[in-house]
Design a protein around this ligand. Structure first.
Ligand SMILES: [Fe+2]
Length: 133
């Protein structure tokens, strides 16, 4: 799959959010390169872990936006909620048997969503959160 490495070009001007985003891409990379990718049970655990991480991150981002008085938080949260729903559905649909949707497809889909979301949406809150811890 095509791996995205976080770079300064994706910075949203907030140290914590940048760190979350960086770790997310790093985990996708590690999971997609895992030598035991054919072990469905392992991949299932990794996808479940990533799903938890994503939900934690989206909630943290929403509280920061709220504290910063970001005016478009409702619209932004709606995008998060739709993604969270998809992530949970993918996690629940990923079975331990062979032949169904591959872990790679799920990882790629999550990675692509994140990249587009950071570039198109997260960037909009940057001026409100800049220089906050
Ligand atoms: Fe976001």
């Amino acid at each position: 799959m095509e791996i995205v490495e976080w770079s300064d070009a994706y910075s949203v001007g907030n140290v914590l959010m940048d760190a979350h985003h960086r770790v997310f891409f790093q985990m996708v990379k590690e999971f997609s390169e895992a030598p035991d990718q054919d072990m469905r049970a392992t991949m299932q655990q990794q996808i479940a872990f990533l799903a938890e991480y994503v939900i934690m991150h989206l909630a943290a981002e929403e509280s920061l936006m709220r504290e910063a008085g970001y005016p478009d938080i409702d619209k932004h949260k709606a995008l998060h909620d739709a993604f969270a729903h998809k992530v949970h559905a993918a996690r629940d649909a990923f079975p331990t048997d062979q032949g169904s949707v591959s872990a790679e497809v799920i990882l790629q889909t999550m990675q692509d969503w994140f990249l587009n979301h950071i570039r198109d949406e997260d960037r909009k809150y940057a001026p409100y959160l800049r220089h906050r811890p």
